[in-house]
Design a protein around this ligand. Structure first.
Ligand code: B12
Length: 620
């Protein structure tokens, strides 16, 4: 089950939404809404939690396979595993979702300002907290469509090794060693994943594209947690991954053109937490380094055609929280420094290099209070950017439990996304000039929801409307704030257990349009159905996923001039089973895309077809 409310609700003796005082199970606490733990049912925005257990049940091989199952999400991928993918939340742009790892924003080295969620190996993920709607009033830049917080720290006190094989030469190996020494817990983990892949652009007229496009990923994670006394605990962790993916150039391809991506990411985080009575505080410091190379597999990485985005990000966050009555007040500050050096060649072939540094400081205040059957929440934040100065965002929401177990909510929030460094200061390799007048992209969102517990069915209906202004697009030689969009959406989510079978259903409708042309934005399906059912037959666990992705539009960039194309709707089925051979050893099998449907999420790029995976894990 995805939404944790059901288990929370059944555990409560009072009503479904009287959550502040009663709930303390870690499974139903979320940290992403306001940076401090709170029961999930006190968050008024639609929130989902995906646990590691759920990821194992789905046998997800990628983070995208987790994301595509969640409400409000469209995934468009230029091929299979490891290939570039865009994640659209509620029809907003792919750069409008804030991706956090353990509460720290993921650095954005590219000019297009994407968070590169597809590069994060799924073995890193112990839990995903996902909030839809704006959250800039807590986190600042990036949180227009929603927030995805990937939590890498596990609470499970166990060690595990696992291995798997599958179609197209797929192999995976992973291991986690966890040891407790008194008040200290030490964890070390590693994972390796590889596939030979398939030809991602089978219709390309360029002969060099006829190969298979494989992928390889290596991941290391190490961490120490220590409890100093009843009030203080601290942690230090480091993780890094290196991914390699082959891709195709398309009809314009030439020998020596870029067809290989190498992505290095490392992060070092340390933090100290204090808790006494009603007051909590935490200080977090993080250093991230991303190196993203694109080069030609013919001539190798050490060649003038190679491009490199080399980014360092330093981040400090200090947060404080006081529990007041049936609610809390949080306030804090964060500071982020981005340093980017990007290398390549301009359109004449001459070497081009940019080096930029920018600092951002943010101050925020948030509060929630439950007064009888009414929950109120409000947040405000000011961010200071070196180039465009101060930028303020705020949001407010109210929820009213009008009868036991039924609640209506109404919310309004603003959000923003700061331009990427290359968009703001110029990018020689793309021939982009600096535009000192460039402003952040801004959004306003209204949302109304009704949710309830009707017998065993736990459901929610949300309707929302976005107005997004100052959208950044480029025209000839610079990026400008020229576009705006309006998005209307309706989503229904429901969870129910009927005897031995658990069902989870999402129905979503979105209408995302460019204000100027009134055209539906590309690569987002107006209609989607996401249905997951799971259960056990004796010890055999089974999980079936159905997904309908409605028709989408895209642009054929191989045609001259470009033309708009329609990609047909598709129904996809996945089937997964698991069997505990002993209490420590579990074997798993999966068939993805059971009926071998041919479809595209990016025009001209193939998807995988039917795939089999067999894996096992041993816990000790
Ligand atoms: C337009 C485009 C660009 C434009 C983006 C314009 C903008 N507004 O900023 C420019 C020229 C800047 C660009 C640059 C690059 N691109 Co480009 N680009 C495309 C193209 C033709 C269309 C993308 C699009 O419009 N999508 C439609 C909208 C609705 O979806 P979207 O999610 O909002 O699209 C955004 C992302 O695609 C992003 N983007 C574009 N390229 C890349 C590349 C990477 C690695 C990432 C993370 C994001 C990204 O910019 C788009 C607009 O914001 C695609 C090919 C295709 N048909 O998809 C290649 C494509 C995505 N690009 C590609 C590459 C390799 C690059 C570069 C790395 C090239 C280089 N060596 O410098 C750079 C780096 C970009 C970055 N990280 O910021 C590859 C990715 C291959 C892969 N599997 O990893 C593709 C698939 C082309 C190919 N060879 O097949 N690109």
């Amino acid at each position: 089950m995805m939404i944790k409310k059901l288990s929370l609700w059944s555990a409560l003796s009072v009503t479904a939404f009287s959550g502040w005082a009663q709930d303390s199970s870690p499974d139903t606490l979320v940290v992403t809404a306001n940076r401090f733990q709170q029961p999930v049912n006190t968050v008024l925005a639609p929130t989902d939690v995906v646990t590691r257990e759920q990821i194992d049940k789905w046998q997800a091989k990628t983070v995208l396979d987790v994301m595509r199952r969640l409400p409000g999400v469209d995934v468009a991928q230029s091929g299979g595993m490891g290939q570039l993918a865009s994640v659209f939340v509620r029809g907003t742009e792919s750069r409008h979702v804030l991706v956090l790892v353990d509460g720290v924003p993921v650095a954005r080295p590219g000019i297009s300002n994407d968070s590169d969620l597809y590069q994060i190996p799924v073995s890193l993920v112990q839990r995903v907290e996902y909030i839809r709607g704006p959250r800039s009033a807590v986190y600042g830049s990036g949180a227009i469509g929603g927030v995805v917080n990937i939590i890498t720290q596990s609470d499970e006190d166990r060690s595990q090794v696992g291995a798997g094989v599958g179609s197209k030469g797929y192999q995976e190996y992973n291991g986690t060693l966890r040891q407790r020494f008194g008040d200290t817990i030490v964890t070390a983990a590693g994972a390796y994943q590889t596939t030979n892949g398939f030809n991602v652009q089978p219709d390309s007229t360029y002969a060099g594209d006829r190969d298979r496009d494989g992928y390889r990923s290596k991941l290391f994670w190490g961490g120490v947690e220590h409890t100093f006394n009843d009030n203080f605990n601290g942690f230090f962790r480091g993780y890094g991954y290196k991914n390699n993916a082959d891709y195709d150039q398309g009809g314009w391809g030439y020998d020596g053109g870029g067809d290989e991506n190498q992505h290095y990411s490392q992060s070092w985080d340390t933090g100290l937490r204090f808790h006494s009575g009603l007051y909590s505080s935490q200080l977090l410091a993080s250093y991230q380094r991303i190196k993203d190379y694109n080069y030609s597999s013919y001539v190798g990485r050490y060649n003038t055609g190679t491009t490199l985005d080399d980014m360092e990000q330093r981040y400090i966050q200090w947060g404080n929280n006081v529990v007041i009555g049936q609610g809390s007040v949080s306030a804090g500050a964060d500071w982020k420094q981005e340093r980017l050096t990007s290398y390549g060649a301009d359109f004449t072939g001459a070497p081009a290099k940019d080096s930029y540094k920018r600092d951002n400081t943010g101050l925020y205040l948030t509060g929630q209070q439950q007064i009888d059957r009414v929950t109120l929440e409000a947040s405000g934040r000011e961010d200071h950017d070196d180039e465009f100065g101060w930028h303020g965002t705020w949001q407010t929401a109210a929820g009213w439990e009008f009868v036991d177990d039924y609640r209506v909510t109404l919310s309004y929030g603003t959000g923003f996304v700061a331009p990427s460094l290359g968009q703001q200061y110029g990018a020689e390799r793309f021939g982009i000039a600096a535009n000192p007048d460039l402003q952040p992209e801004e959004s306003k969102q209204w949302e109304a929801g009704i949710e309830g517990l009707t017998g065993p069915l736990d459901w929610r209906l949300s309707a929302y409307r976005y107005k997004i202004q100052n959208l950044i697009s480029y025209d000839n030689d610079a990026y400008y704030n020229v576009k705006s969009a309006t998005i209307k959406g309706l989503e229904w989510t429901g969870n129910i257990s009927t005897g031995p079978v658990a069902h989870s259903l999402t129905l979503q409708y979105i209408d995302p349009r460019d204000d100027e042309t009134d055209k539906v934005l590309n690569r987002r399906a107006k209609q989607q159905v996401k249905y997951n059912l799971s259960g056990n037959v004796y010890d055999l666990g089974w999980d079936v996923t159905y997904q309908y992705i409605g028709k989408r539009y895209d642009v054929d960039t191989t045609a001259s001039p470009y033309r708009t194309v329609e990609m047909g709707g598709v129904s996809l089925w996945d089937l997964a089973v698991s069997y505990p051979v002993t209490s420590a050893l579990t074997v798993r099998g999966k068939i993805a895309n059971l009926f071998d449907k041919e479809y595209e999420t990016v025009y001209g790029y193939a998807t995988a077809g039917r795939e089999y995976t067999l894996s096992g894990s041993y816990t000790f």
